[in-house]
Design a protein around this ligand. Structure first.
Ligand code: FAD
Length: 342
């Protein structure tokens, strides 16, 4: 099938050698970079070194000074700044327009976005406008030493196989990358780079959505991908009410709760809390696995946490093989005891 693609007229027209550099979409919310941006910069550095090019970040907002310095410190050589009041909060039309124009002008070879809600919306829009492909939800990126094209690997068919995808004849090569999977870029205080201001203007009818107000849920727990502490529960909870106990510990630590897929499938908790191969990949400072057996598909989403503390009644549970600390016991006795100590 790739041979067939190569011969189409459209593709012959694109001069791929014009495309240079690795770009990272510097997603910000309320003036703060999303943690995945630091992971993307770490990955972009590696890819750029292998193809002998530089790393740039694309930053949209209405105030971008401080973030630009942060991006340099995390390894961006250039920061393309799109500054406009209309770009303060994400909207598909506005962000797509300015980034597409920048792509047309500066022609990056690779673009990485976080597979966040925003990245999953923006990535496909940009890919269509730029007449290129997009590999969504990647968990591994590599440069092929022979052809220098990027190999993009992602779980497919519900995580039953890993698909490696290439973008043979279109540029830029685009990927959204799962948060929490790649290593973070190193922070080098005072590192400087080149800031490039993009021309930004909008016609009145170009942006089809309006933000009327932003409503935050009261008492919201930290999101799974941002949380430094995750208290995760499995079927060992015995019932959905068990998550209330986990929530107490999570709140005490300023973290959030997570879950195994078995609890999601049983209708005990929403899928957005699921950790694992077909859920979210997490990398907190501490991951508590409470009443979770440690199936390979669960481990795939949490085993690179800094510390894993497992609480399980069965001393032979596989979770103890990846745990830094193991507590053999009933979670309904162990967690109240931890809470009391805290
Ligand atoms: P169980 O395996 O039933 O384990 C319950 C554990 O609780 C046991 O170890 C038991 O000893 C312990 N326990 C019982 N009572 C107590 C108590 N009172 N105190 C302490 N411990 C107690 N799973 C995921 O989690 N995430 C995924 O993304 C995911 N993706 C999958 C994708 C595919 C294609 C497939 C086939 C499966 C996937 N699974 C996933 C499912 C996975 O294989 C397991 O079935 C699931 O993780 C098991 O959940 P669990 O550990 O909660 O339940």
């Amino acid at each position: 099938p790739f041979d067939a693609i190569e011969k189409t007229e459209d593709n012959v027209k694109k001069d791929l050698s014009e495309y240079k550099g690795v770009w990272v979409f510097a997603e910000q919310r309320e003036g703060k970079l999303m943690p995945v941006v630091i992971e993307l910069l770490g990955e972009a550095k590696k890819l750029a070194a292998e193809i002998g090019t530089d790393v740039s970040a694309v930053l949209c907002g209405d105030e971008v000074g401080a973030l630009t310095h942060e991006l340099f410190a995390y390894g961006a050589d250039k920061v393309y700044q799109a500054v406009h009041p209309e770009l303060k909060n994400y909207r598909t039309d506005a962000y797509t327009k300015v980034i597409q124009e920048a792509i047309n002008q500066y022609k990056p070879e690779i673009i990485l976005l976080g597979a966040t809600h925003i990245g999953r919306d923006l990535g496909p829009c940009l890919a269509v406008r730029c007449d290129t492909g997009l590999t969504a939800d990647c968990t591994k990126l590599e440069i092929d030493p022979d052809d220098k094209k990027i190999r993009q690997t992602r779980p497919a068919f519900g995580g039953n196989l890993m698909a490696t995808i290439i973008c043979p004849n279109h540029r830029p090569q685009m990927s959204t990358v799962r948060p929490g999977v790649m290593d973070k870029a190193e922070y080098v205080a005072g590192r400087e780079g080149v800031a490039i201001r993009l021309n930004v203007s909008f016609d009145e009818d170009e942006i089809r959505t309006k933000i009327i107000k932003i409503v935050k849920e009261a008492g919201e727990l930290a999101s799974l991908t941002d949380a430094e502490f995750i208290v995760s529960g499995g079927m060992g909870l015995g019932n959905p009410e068990g998550f209330e106990l986990l929530k107490k510990l999570a709140e005490k630590l300023g973290g959030t709760i997570g879950s195994s897929r078995a609890c999601v499938d049983s209708g005990w908790i929403d899928h957005s809390y699921q950790v694992g191969q077909t859920g979210t990949t997490v990398k907190p400072k501490i991951y508590f696995a409470c009443g979770i057996s440690g199936a390979i598909q669960h481990l795939a989403g949490m085993q690179s946490s800094d510390y894993i503390i497992a609480i399980n009644k069965n001393e032979n549970a596989p979770i103890f093989e990846v745990a830094d600390y193991g507590i053999v016991g009933d979670l309904y006795e162990v967690i109240p005891a931890i809470l009391e100590q805290l």
